[in-house]
Design a protein. Structure first.
Length: 302
């Protein structure tokens, strides 16, 4: 416990220093985006990494958090933090509703069902114009704090708190239960574990965390349009978890950092950027199938 707290303290020091190391407005904006991606990767890892559920609908919960909080603040003049709590609750409830159907499915069937949910959510955002403004979007959205540096500290601080909470959760008997379901749900059921109930718990909590990340996105970019939440975002979140190392705590954080900064560092390659980016991801999956964290652990053992 003491070593974990020291690690979190060291991480907090590094996070505090980052805006002054990357001191340009552009890179400070990337830092804010990176902090949001860490939250999203942690939320998906709880479902994908610890219960083994291939959920491709995480972008939908991200969108629900963004739209619910923005509509409550802009249209109904709620306080941002009350709106954020309501958005988290809405995303969590929808996640539980999806889990009621998804927990009966496995493997590619679950992937297809969750992907369909993400597509349906996107179409609702596009076509329910009386509420979401459709493709016209919602403009003039203000962040909860002014300035990229305070916003980064706020989102990164929340990400650190979420990391600490999930870390304690997966080290508890709850984490053992989730891993048992991931490894063999039939064997877990023989021990009296209700797989559907615990998978629904992971879905709901992961959805609520993704909804929390969504609350900060509209204020960061200043606008809110459905295209920001297409299904490509779900694949990007999954790539962050897989590249970093799913089923670990540090893995999603590393994956989020790498896949946030790598496209920006490759901009100098022009049109070749996407090809280099894709090649890098392919090499990671081929030669480090357990992700960066698992590859590092194997190297240390050797």
């Amino acid at each position: 416990m003491k070593r974990r707290l020291l690690g979190l303290a060291a991480a907090a020091v590094v996070v505090a220093a980052l805006p002054w190391i990357l001191a340009t407005p552009y890179w400070r904006g990337i830092l804010v985006l990176c902090a949001m991606n860490v939250l999203l990767a942690l939320s998906l890892n709880l479902v994908l990494g610890y219960t083994g559920q291939l959920n491709l609908g995480q972008s939908a919960f991200f969108a629900i958090g963004a739209y619910v909080s923005t509509i409550l603040v802009k249209t109904h003049h709620w306080n941002f933090w009350l709106a954020a709590l309501a958005a988290m609750a809405a995303a969590g409830v929808v996640g539980l509703a999806l889990a009621a159907f998804a927990t009966r499915l496995r493997g590619h069937y679950l992937a297809i069902a969750s992907l369909g949910f993400a597509v349906i959510t996107y179409q609702v955002l596009v076509n329910w114009e009386s509420v979401t403004e459709g493709v016209r979007g919602i403009y003039g959205i203000l962040p909860p704090v002014r300035g990229a540096v305070p916003l980064f500290y706020l989102v990164a601080g929340i990400a650190l708190a979420v990391y600490f909470l999930i870390d304690n959760l997966v080290r508890s008997p709850v984490g053992d239960t989730l891993r048992a379901i991931r490894e063999d749900e039939v064997s877990a059921a023989s021990l009296g574990i209700n797989g559907a109930r615990w998978k629904a718990f992971a879905f709901g909590l992961g959805a609520a965390i993704a909804g929390l990340a969504g609350c900060f996105y509209p204020g960061f970019v200043g606008t809110l349009v459905p295209d920001a939440f297409n299904i490509v975002e779900s694949f990007t979140m999954m790539a962050m978890v897989i590249v970093g190392g799913m089923g670990t705590m540090a893995g999603p954080v590393i994956g989020a950092v790498v896949l946030t900064f790598l496209p920006e560092l490759l901009r100098g390659f022009g049109e070749l950027r996407l090809m280099v980016y894709g090649l890098a991801l392919t090499l990671v999956v081929l030669f480090m199938p357990g992700g960066i964290v698992q590859a590092w652990r194997a190297l240390v053992r050797r």
